[in-house]
Design a protein around this ligand. Structure first.
Ligand code: PEP
Length: 250
């Protein structure tokens, strides 16, 4: 059985004050609503405050990105060892905003994936197609290519220590959620693709859905056989809606 997981991607949002209020609200409510694995991913500068605030609530900490390099002349980058010092267990990698706005390609995502795992952290590897790729019938090809970049460099068994997030780019931050059936189709495709290479990895790996998941649509999405949780953007910025999604995850 795969444990459900809900991860909040807070992106470039929050002040010290608003982040303190958000994590206090989530921590206060979480044990009453959910047995799922719950992760929050604040901006780098808020990690220390959030680490302290989550205490022994069981909530886990993640970062939104990491460098592929360990140290040196890489201005503006954050190393995996630095993230560990602040209690991070997860790192979101290959988010469509990193790929499409900041030009991170499959090769760089694969290097970051290796660096994150070498440091003992777990990547949350994001994959997903653009609207025009879906309309051209290329969803599976796009997702397979993004996964192959990791499998060909790290090996399929590396995915045992990772989480995959299927995030159709057209659904992120747009309010247009994939239907449960549309999402399940791609999740099943991902699991089957892995099963061809390694049945045990396919069985174990958690595959999250991300893209305008909210308190109203979470239960239907999460009821699908291959949807093991959610990566949540906008709806993770309010404790109430995030807790409602955690509750729907079980
Ligand atoms: C995301 O950015 O990973 C995401 C899923 O955002 P939203 O929930 O706002 O669509």
């Amino acid at each position: 059985m795969r444990q459900p997981m809900v991860a909040g991607n807070w992106k470039l949002n929050g002040s010290r004050e608003s982040v303190a209020a958000l994590i206090a609200g989530i921590s206060a409510g979480i044990s009453a609503v959910s047995k799922s694995e719950v992760v929050v991913c604040p901006a780098f500068v808020h990690l220390a405050d959030v680490q302290q605030a989550i205490g022994d609530s069981g909530i886990k900490l993640g970062a939104q990105n990491a460098a592929d390099q360990e140290s040196g002349a890489f201005t503006g980058e954050i190393a995996t060892s630095m993230l560990q010092e602040f209690g991070c267990e997860y790192v979101i990698l290959g988010h469509s905003e990193r790929r499409n706005i900041y030009g991170e390609d499959d090769a760089l995502v694969a290097k970051k994936f290796a660096a994150v795992q070498a440091a003992g952290l777990k990547p949350i590897l994001c994959v997903g197609e653009l609207l025009e790729e879906r309309e051209a019938g290329a969803t599976e090809t796009v997702v397979a290519t993004q996964l192959d970049a990791i499998i060909n460099s790290a090996g399929v068994t590396a995915l045992t220590n990772a989480v995959i997030a299927y995030e159709p780019v057209w659904a992120i931050g747009t309010g247009k959620t994939a239907s449960p059936e549309q999402a399940q189709e791609v999740h099943a495709f991902i699991r089957q693709k892995l099963a061809v290479l390694d049945g045990s990895v396919a069985e174990k790996v958690q595959i999250l859905y991300g893209g305008s998941m909210n308190a109203g649509n979470a239960a239907d999405l999460l009821s699908m056989a291959d949807i093991d949780g959610g990566l949540i953007g906008g709806a993770s910025l309010q404790a109430e809606s995030f807790l409602a999604i955690c509750q729907a995850a079980g």
